[in-house]
Design a protein around this ligand. Structure first.
Ligand code: BGC
Length: 758
């Protein structure tokens, strides 16, 4: 034991000495390089451009990029698609600029690179952090094989307003789950050594609080208490920083009245001083310039403000490039802040090994061998099956029996174009598998599938025009709506069961895709109503980038399966689940409201002084006249083809003292007819605090696999540290008193026990 300890300690010391030596080498290298650099070249390193040509991710693209690279006025590029083009850009910087400093080559690798995985919100419903880490690893390998060295991910903004389209890009509403996923993604992208040729820098975004924009409208104002920031919104960013994230992207919104990109408290006091972040901070797309519209001053003023606040790199806007020299001459900024920012960019390049291996061994052969392989497709298929959430399954409607005839209807049933979801900037939708294709492949010659489109995704011309801004995702059929519906009803009439595939087009969620009505578009609802009238069993499969209001669908479908946007392998994964080859296990990471008026609705709300009464309406309580407080589907919810019984919740003790722990144990039994996986969730409630505490907070979960008929005992260790929270002075403390521990299958359906923290 002692020997083992000594070995571990010695190893730790060797590692520290090695890291110190590496840092010293890096510092020496950067010192020498910076001595050779002119002021203009230093400012050039702070400039991030996008030449256009790929999928647009902002309203403007950079001009004269080649010339600027040659003049040493560019620190990095993003949105350059393809290994050959990336190489050319890098070559230009190396051979044609005075000092030959290599470029950072970034990209929005949000849910996979070429092989597109399910959207992040979907992946978070797997609650499978090991898988998510593996997928980030794969995405990093593909991106690196394509010449990239920097990904703008993970997006870790806590989001509780499904009107905001960007909920699709994050991990939902909960800081605990969100933090675990944030760390897993950073580790996956960066691997254990950034210098390895398959590692990329990760970029945590959008720092900070972007998910709380008012009314769910993108780029809108954010205003919240420090207590809420610290308790609910900041933890995932911090978890990503602790996991070693090399860069951070500042958000578009303001915080305490100051836009994030020039918020010194945020970028310096909190991020660097309090959290110890050592990497560099990049602005979001023209977010520095946008401070002019925020009303913070002209371009020179906002650029100087940003740099002084701790922003190192300016994305697309060129405010740094065009004004910092003047600000320096006028004494508005110092040389030290320019040097500090330049140093951080050069350090990142050094850590990536770009100065010794600028191309990182990329080649056409490597691209061909490592991108979109049978293995990456297999991963995509597995990830999709694990992210689907079964919301309803009456009388075991699902899985489908393979020998029955199926009416497969709906505008998303045979639609490759919309399978990848938002932010698949490098994914090729033509390589995705449609649901019709997936079912046919799985059912082979047994298949009797009657397909009909049934409706357009939307026929609201206002909505269609806006949703199609990035390309035509919502096509208008030449047939009239009634004809489309009649064809679908005819398909239903000759089939045993109807599977309707409905929902949003891919870019009805994502950036600048806020919606004030979050139901399934009316054209498709009309189709669903007609199908319901046929009296055939109705399975509704929903594609969506956000929680939708599905009251009618939940009431009228026999089975309801949420598949989000499943990525390249969607069709095959849907077949796996519908036909029972994979038993669904996803659990919601974000609450589904009954209607838009309930928003924001989330499980970890406060009790208020007048809590509503679940059993009966009472006047003068915190509730609505026209809808219950409960959501349609709560956080943590998701069914399986089998059923799980929870019994015998016990605590090892009813008191918990400092330095000690207690164990909560529960028995879970698979009482249904299929083997299956369950996510056992543990929540706590702090009954009395010096500040008000939420009615429930997720503190732990375990995924367990149970064969049919099998029981398992699941144990969770609870320590006083798990019960800490931020008090009114923003200190991270636990306070003695009574706690409730709750264990169950979702955030509402739990067994409870109490204990006391002494
Ligand atoms: C988005 C970022 C993205 C950037 C670059 C911005 O509009 O907010 O998430 O990384 O564009 O494409």
């Amino acid at each position: 034991m002692v020997k083992k300890f000594l070995v571990v300690a010695a190893l730790g010391m060797v590692q520290t000495v090695f890291a110190q030596k590496q840092d010293a080498d890096m510092n020496r290298f950067v010192d020498q390089l910076m001595k050779k650099m002119t002021l203009e070249e230093k400012i050039g390193q702070l400039n991030l451009l996008t030449p256009g040509g790929g999928v647009a991710t902002g309203a403007v693209v950079s001009k004269d990029v080649e010339q600027k690279i040659k003049e040493g006025k560019v620190g990095g590029l993003f949105g350059v698609v393809g290994q050959d083009k990336v190489r050319k850009a890098q070559e230009l910087a190396l051979k044609s600029s005075r000092l030959g400093i290599p470029l950072l080559m970034g990209s929005d690798v949000i849910h996979g690179h070429k092989t597109t995985f399910p959207i992040p919100l979907a992946l978070s419903c797997s609650w499978d952090t090991a898988m998510i880490k593996k997928l980030a690893r794969t995405a990093a390998k593909e991106a690196a094989a394509d010449g990239l060295n920097w990904v703008f991910s993970p997006m870790v903004d806590i989001a509780r307003d499904p009107r905001w389209g960007r909920v699709a890009e994050g991990s939902g509403e909960d800081p605990f789950l969100g933090s675990l996923i944030a760390a897993a993604m950073v580790q996956g992208y960066q691997g254990d050594d950034l210098a390895k040729e398959d590692a990329v820098l990760s970029c945590v975004k959008h720092f900070a609080l972007y998910g709380a924009s008012e009314a769910g409208r993108d780029y809108n104002t954010v205003d919240m208490s420090r207590l809420r920031m610290y308790q609910d919104y900041l933890p995932p960013y911090r978890a990503a920083v602790n996991a070693g994230a090399a860069s951070v992207m500042s958000s578009f919104n303001e915080i305490d009245g100051v836009p994030a990109s020039a918020n010194k408290w945020l970028l310096t006091d909190l991020l660097r001083k309090e959290w110890g972040f050592k990497g560099f901070v990049v602005s979001d797309y023209t977010s520095v310039n946008e401070m002019i519209a925020h009303g913070m001053g002209d371009l020179q003023t906002v650029s100087a403000l940003s740099l002084k606040a701790g922003l190192d790199m300016d994305m697309v806007g060129e405010g740094f490039l065009t004004t910092l020299k003047k600000s320096l001459q006028e004494g508005k900024i110092t040389m030290q802040v320019i040097d500090a920012a330049c140093r951080r960019i050069l350090e990142a390049k050094y850590k990536l090994g770009l100065f010794t291996s600028p191309y990182r061994n990329t080649s056409e052969a490597r691209t061909a061998a490592e991108i979109m392989t049978a293995t990456t497709r297999r991963q995509a298929r597995e990830a999709a099956t694990r992210s689907f959430v079964l919301l309803k399954n009456n009388a075991q409607t699902l899985p489908l029996q393979k020998n029955r005839s199926i009416a497969l209807v709906g505008p998303l049933a045979d639609n490759k174009r919309n399978m990848l979801g938002t932010w698949s900037v490098s994914g090729d939708w033509k390589q995705s598998v449609s649901i019709l294709e997936g079912l046919k492949a799985a059912m082979g010659s047994n298949a009797t599938i009657h397909y009909a489109k049934g409706a357009d995704i939307s026929s609201d011309s206002f909505e269609v025009a806006r949703s199609n801004a990035l390309g035509v995702e919502i096509e208008k059929d030449s047939r009239k709506p009634d004809e489309l519906i009649a064809e679908a009803v005819a398909a239903a009439a000759k089939s045993d069961i109807v599977v309707a595939v409905v929902g949003e087009a891919a870019d009805m969620s994502g950036e600048a895709s806020s919606r004030s009505y979050i139901g399934i578009p009316e054209s498709q609802q009309a189709l669903l109503r007609a199908l319901k009238k046929t009296g055939k069993p109705l399975v509704i499969v929903v594609l969506n980038g956000r929680p939708l209001t599905l009251e009618w669908e939940a009431a009228n479908a026999d089975a309801l399966l949420d598949i989000w946007f499943g990525g390249t392998e969607t069709g095959n994964a849907v077949a796996d689940v519908l036909l029972g080859d994979y038993n669904p296990s996803g659990k919601l990471s974000m609450t589904f409201p009954k209607n838009v008026g309930q928003i924001p609705v989330y499980y970890s709300h406060k009790n208020t002084g007048r809590p509503f009464n679940k059993e009966a309406f009472a006047k003068f309580k915190s509730n609505y006249l026209d809808v219950e407080n409960e959501p349609l589907f709560p956080f943590g919810y998701g069914l399986s083809y089998t059923s799980f019984q929870y019994s015998d919740l016990t605590l090892s003790s009813t008191t918990l003292r400092k330095g000690e722990k207690i164990t909560a144990t529960i028995t879970v039994t698979n009482s249904g007819n299929y083997d299956g996986e369950e996510t056992v969730q543990l929540y706590t409630r702090d009954m009395v605090g010096s500040v008000t505490r939420p009615v429930k907070e997720l503190k732990a979960f375990q995924k367990i696999f149970l064969k049919k008929g099998e029981s398992k005992t699941v144990s969770f260790v609870i320590t006083p540290d798990d019960l800490k929270f931020y008090n009114a002075n923003l200190q991270w403390v636990h306070e003695p008193g009574e706690f409730m521990v709750m264990v169950g299958t979702d955030s509402q359906n739990v067994k409870e026990k109490k204990f006391e923290l002494k």
